[in-house]
Every structure is written in structure tokens, then in C-alpha cells.
Design a protein around this ligand. Structure first.
Ligand SMILES: [Zn+2]
Length: 319
């Protein structure tokens, strides 16, 4: 009997993928979030690997990011409806990475106006967008049904103010850090920053699709705002000014350290990219043994080193 119950329990666990609504959390007055699992995209998690948020005003709801499929977008809308009866007015996309914008069609259907950085057009006109979509479909199969890769209704170049219900929500493009089209969104009334993938909590950032030097500008901007809450694209939210400053500085320190070491390895030691990749973890630990405590440090850092190598090499060439 015990064995039967045990088997049933395992089967039940495997068949139950977490729904978006199950993760819904109230974060502050009128501010909510849904939280994807910290995994790679798979059929088991249906691509629900990123966070998304929404803010309720008297005039309507403003949503930040659309999750990674049409179906997850629809589930997210159901979650919003469970706590807000106001119309969903705007969807602001922090950056055009698939886990943040693939749910856009679901929001279009409920009449939301979508806003993203103008880089979205560049991204969508690159054949890579279509080939990535195909490879994602291979992984997710029917879970990607109904998903369309479409541009936003409004493109922001530098800054836009979203006026809703006597509030001014500030949308800014400060850096090309995580991607060429990162947006930072600031909600003054609750002193909250929606940071997309620019700030990581207890994790190492992925430095492969933007520019690490430019990324530092975005972190400085977030520090300068002195927010009470920072909403990241993955992982737990950051709360409290001091804690946020500490975490923002850790992300900043990691980027500064890896850049400094690689600069020396190229400029002084003349090392090639393969050697830099294989030595980087050891060199980072020598600089600061605290890095040993960070999750996935040894997995992500050599990949980051690969990208930073070419970035720093180019900078050296231009000097
Ligand atoms: Zn991203």
C-alpha cells in the first residue's frame, strides 16, 4: 500500500506543472507578481521560467512583461483578473527576449497597448528570431500553440512617460546592457523599479547578448533612484533600500571584476579566448573567494568570459 501511494505521489508530481496563478503574489499596495521556475525551458515547465508583474491604478492595469507563450500570457491575464476588475491598459516589455515577450498576443486580444524599446523591430527583422522560434517550438510543442512573434504597438527610443490615473510611470532606455533594447521602468508612487534582466538576486548575470560596459550605467541609474522595491525578470524580488544597494553593487562588482581580469589577460598576458575561458573561474576566486558562494558561478562565468573577451579586445583595439 505504501508503495502504491508513493508511486502515485511521484506520478502526480510529474504531471502537475505549476500554473501562473498559483505563483501570484501581492508585493505592495496594488502591485503583484507571478514567478517562473529557475530552470531552462522544458515541456515540464511549459516555458514558465521568468517573472512578470502588474500594477493596478484606478484607470486600469499596467503589466510588465508577457511571459514566454500565448498560453502563459492567457493564464497570466486570468491571474490578473482574479484580483483586478479594471481593464488591462498597457503591457510594457522590459526587453525582447523570448521569455519576456512571447505572450504578447494574449494581451493584444484583451485590448492592451504594448510598449517596448525600438530594438524590438531590429530583433524581429533578423532571421534569428524566426529560427529561434522554430527551435523553441521543438522543445515546447503544443505549449507554444497560438504564440506569434509580433512587434509592440509603441516603440520607445530614449524615454516615455506613461500617464495613467494621475500617475507618471517613467520608462527609460539607459543602457544596452543585457540586450540592445533594455528598458527600466520606474513607478514613483510605490518607489519601485521594474528591472528586467539587469539586476540579479543571488545569481550571476548572463553577459552574452548586450554590452557589459553599458550595463554598468543601468545599475548606476537604479542605485541613483534609491528604490524601495526592485522587480527582477528572474528570481525573488529585492526589497529595502540597503538590501537593493548591496545586491546592485554585487552585480556591478562581478561585471567590473570579470572585465578587469580579462583586460589584463589580453593586454598584459596575451592569452587567447580558450585559455581565458579555462582560467577565469580560478582568477575570479583569487580576486574574491566570496564568489565561491554564488550559485551557478562556475557554469556561467566561463561563458560570460567568452563574450567579454571579444568586447574587451574591441575596446583595446579602439583605444
Ligand atoms: Zn533576458
Amino acid at each position: 500500500m505504501i508503495r502504491i501511494i508513493f508511486i502515485f505521489f511521484i506520478l502526480f508530481n510529474f504531471s502537475h506543472a505549476i500554473t501562473v496563478k498559483e505563483t501570484l503574489k501581492k508585493l505592495d499596495e496594488n502591485l503583484y507578481g507571478v514567478f517562473g521556475v529557475p530552470q531552462q525551458v522544458s515541456k515540464e515547465n511549459r516555458g514558465f521560467i521568468s517573472n512578470a508583474y502588474f500594477y493596478i491604478t484606478d484607470e486600469g492595469v499596467v503589466v510588465f512583461d508577457a511571459l514566454s507563450s500565448y498560453q502563459l500570457g492567457k493564464e497570466f491575464i486570468q491571474a490578473i483578473r482574479s484580483v483586478a476588475d479594471k481593464p488591462i491598459k498597457y503591457l510594457v516589455i522590459t526587453h525582447y527576449h523570448t521569455d519576456h515577450f512571447y505572450g504578447i498576443q494574449a494581451f493584444k486580444e484583451v485590448g492592451a497597448i504594448s510598449i517596448a524599446h525600438k530594438w524590438a523591430y531590429e530583433y524581429l527583422s533578423d532571421p534569428y528570431a524566426e529560427s529561434f522560434f522554430k527551435s523553441r517550438r521543438k522543445v515546447l510543442g503544443e505549449y507554444l500553440k497560438g504564440t506569434k512573434i509580433i512587434p509592440p504597438d509603441i516603440a520607445v527610443e530614449k524615454e516615455a512617460i506613461l500617464k495613467i490615473s494621475n500617475e507618471n510611470i517613467d520608462i527609460q532606455h539607459i543602457c544596452e546592457g543585457h540586450t540592445k533594447g533594455d528598458l527600466i521602468i520606474y513607478i514613483p508612487k510605490i518607489n519601485t523599479v521594474v528591472a528586467g534582466d539587469l539586476i540579479f538576486n543571488e545569481r550571476v548575470p548572463f553577459l552574452g547578448s548586450g554590452n557589459s560596459k553599458s550595463w554598468l550605467k543601468c545599475i548606476d541609474k537604479i542605485i541613483e533612484i534609491k528604490p524601495e522595491i526592485v522587480l527582477p525578470g528572474h528570481g525573488d524580488i529585492l526589497k529595502g533600500k540597503e538590501n537593493i544597494l548591496k545586491k546592485a553593487n554585487l552585480t556591478k562588482k562581478y561585471i567590473i571584476d570579470i572585465r578587469k581580469i580579462i583586460r589584463k589577460m589580453i593586454d598584459k598576458d596575451g592569452l587567447d579566448v580558450g585559455t581565458v575561458k579555462s582560467k577565469i573561474v580560478e582568477e575570479m576566486y583569487k580576486l574574491d573567494p566570496e564568489y565561491k558562494k554564488i550559485k551557478l558561478f562556475e557554469k556561467v562565468t566561463p561563458t560570460n568570459a567568452y563574450y567579454i573577451y571579444f568586447e574587451v579586445e574591441k575596446e583595446l583595439f579602439m583605444e
